[in-house]
Design a protein. Structure first.
Length: 370
């Protein structure tokens, strides 16, 4: 082959590039790009072939969908009649049926208020007003709707349960843990020794004990040390314990974000004449929180799943109600259906939080440049 020299503006007669786009190219590049990878892909396909068809046959094809009792189930597949009969208890626990509209009204208010937050065309002032309503006014409305008062029938918390109780515990813990975690993270980085020591002791204490111990102490041991008049409701004690436990983990996530901010950002804020709180609120914290969105959402997802532990103190969340329903003498053979339904419910909420966090990352362009 003769060597040829090409001048600027001239292009050699090169062959066309390989096809690197399309489904076939993607499969070849990601699944069959080597001997080892090809073997693993074939084994994965074999595993899917072994597990998915039987599961689909059990869950859909041979399943029983209609009926009002266990007698309607042929036992050849899943008996979703079990979920149909116990659906109200799985969703709302033992909340009185004629009062469920109060919970549904709270759901509608929350969803209707949150929808505008997902659209960029909504003005910032309107979004700020909605956030203020959700953080300050909405919890008060929920208290009266759920518990009662102001003309509504009082529903004691032992009657709360199902997915409704799971959402109450998870949302309360999530909303409370973020601001407390921010304060703890700032306190741990404080230059004042007393503040730093208190925050370090708080974080290490709550991170050093399991949540099941926190719930047990809040439910069983705490009432032994306070008068009966000062003893709060069992659910309130559980909510406080969950919030404090989660805030310790949240503090460490946020502290990691604060440490990732270059020193020049602090110096730039000081050069602008901003005091400590203004520099934190306007310059440092927005960048730090943006960097640790995956960690924050990971903590939220873990908290949502940890709500299942409240069963040990007699609170029946979604999983607890599924287990309770399967102990009914008529439905003893349908435990799997309850677990599958509960798992699907947790997956929907956790997967939704994960996808929204990824969307938020793309929206904020979380790439960090020093």
């Amino acid at each position: 082959m003769t060597n040829q020299t090409y001048q600027p503006g001239q292009h050699p007669n090169l062959p066309p590039p390989k096809n690197l786009i399309g489904p076939v190219a993607w499969i070849k590049h990601n699944l069959f790009n080597g001997v080892a990878n090809s073997i693993l892909t074939l084994l994965a396909l074999l595993l899917l072939y072994i597990t998915i068809p039987p599961f689909l046959d059990w869950a859909i094809i041979s399943a029983d969908w209609s009926g009002n009792s266990a007698d309607a189930c042929s036992r050849e597949g899943a008996c979703w009649v079990f979920i149909k009969v116990w659906f109200q208890q799985l969703m709302f626990g033992r909340f009185p049926g004629d009062q469920i509209w109060r919970i549904e009204l709270a759901y509608v208010l929350c969803i209707a208020s949150a929808i505008p937050l997902f659209f960029s065309v909504v003005p910032g002032k309107v979004k700020a007003f909605i956030v203020g309503f959700l953080l300050l006014v909405y919890p008060i409305l929920c208290y009266f709707l759920f518990y009662g008062g102001m003309g509504l029938e009082v529903i004691e918390t032992p009657l709360w349960g199902g997915l409704f109780l799971t959402l109450v515990i998870a949302v309360t813990g999530i909303v409370a843990s973020l601001p407390i975690g921010i304060l703890l993270a700032l306190g741990r980085r404080s230059t004042m020794p007393i503040i730093r020591a208190i925050c370090v002791a708080f974080i290490e204490f709550w991170r050093g004990i399991p949540l099941i111990t926190v719930l047990f102490m809040a439910s069983v041991m705490f009432p032994l040390f306070v008068p009966d008049d000062l003893n709060p409701d069992k659910l309130i004690r559980a909510l406080i314990g969950v919030a404090l436990f989660s805030s310790a983990y949240m503090a460490e996530v946020i502290r990691g974000g604060l440490q990732a901010i270059p020193k020049g950002q602090y110096e730039a804020a000081a050069a602008l004449g901003l005091n400590f709180w203004k520099s934190m609120l306007l310059v440092i914290l927005p960048q730090a929180l943006k960097l640790v969105i995956p960690g924050i959402v990971n903590t939220f997802i873990g908290l949502f799943k940890d709500t299942t532990l409240v069963l040990i103190i007699g609170l029946f969340d979604l999983l607890g109600m599924a287990q309770s329903a399967s102990t009914n003498p008529e439905w003893l053979a349908f435990t799997i259906e309850g677990y599958v339904f509960a798992a699907f419910g947790y997956f929907v909420f956790c997967f939704g939080m994960s996808r929204y966090s990824q969307r938020l990352e793309r929206l904020l362009n979380t790439g960090h440049k020093r």
